[in-house]
Design a protein around this ligand. Structure first.
Ligand code: ATP
Length: 236
């Protein structure tokens, strides 16, 4: 098991955003957390990357307890995040953003390899290497955010709503790139409001409702579950 989350609770002041969730991310898998606005998806990812403190519970990554580890230590251990709203450095070029993703590393040859890999996954970024990110489209900025996360050579890639705000054609493209990243060996934990697409891709999935996991199963299995269909897939 690459990631094990046990009875995690996270608060914002008195608001209980995450109310005791437990789930695992098997090595090599795509695991999805789906849920509506405010269900706690972003909070879960922020907690896993060390940006929110836990109230109680544990997070174990690759056998080690990382519950209270600083964010950069987690990046070093192999947890990379592409945050919600993309979080690109908008005043910097594509290339500079990608370089920033490798800031915890100093293995120059391997970094150069990963840059090539990012450009192969996203040929558009190669074409736009010198363009300032703030002048790019939403879909292109999403590509930069994922590319930047990959530059840390993560073992676990955390993706926060990569399809948000994108046109349908681009959504397809982003999901097929996520599949390719996984096929190349990176484990993925994805949170999505776009349940239909996320479940298609996910080996394992969990439904989050007001801070609790209310259903778990295989991606296909949940996609066929009548309650999930009614609540998240627009019925039959
Ligand atoms: P969305 O898709 O809208 O981002 P989400 O499933 O990612 O939704 P979270 O953003 O994790 O949900 O929010 C979970 C709960 O925590 C919500 O009730 C939200 O209002 C609350 N919350 C999130 N951030 C804060 C904050 N900074 N201060 C107070 N409450 C917060």
């Amino acid at each position: 098991m690459l990631l094990e989350v046990k009875d995690l609770r996270v608060n914002y002041g008195h608001i209980e955003a995450i109310r005791g969730i437990s789930f695992e991310v098997p090595e090599g898998s795509v695991t999805a957390l789906i849920g509506a606005n405010g269900a706690g998806k972003t909070t879960t990812l922020k907690t896993l990357s060390g940006l929110r403190p836990v109230r109680s519970g544990t997070v174990v990554f690759d056998g080690a307890d990382i519950t209270n580890l600083a964010p950069y230590e987690r990046v070093k251990r192999g947890i990379g995040q592409s945050p919600e709203g993309r979080g690109c450095f908008v005043g910097m070029t594509v290339r500079e953003n990608l370089d920033m993703g490798a800031y915890v590393r100093n293995d120059k040859a391997a970094i150069a390899e990963d840059l090539e890999r990012a450009f192969t996954l996203f040929p558009r970024l190669k074409e736009r290497e010198k363009q300032v990110v703030g002048s790019m489209s939403g879909g292109e900025q999403q590509m930069v955010a994922i590319g930047r996360a990959l530059m840390a050579r993560p073992r676990l890639l955390l993706l926060d709503e990569p399809s948000m705000g994108l046109a349908p054609k681009l959504i397809q493209q982003i999901f097929s790139i996520v599949k390719e990243i996984n096929d190349q060996g990176t484990t993925v934990l994805i949170v999505e409001q776009n349940a239909a697409q996320a479940l298609k891709l996910a080996h394992h999935a969990h439904v989050l409702e007001t801070g609790e996991i209310v259903r778990s199963g295989g991606g296909q299995e949940l996609a066929g579950d009548p309650a999930v269909k009614a609540a998240y897939l627009g019925g039959d």
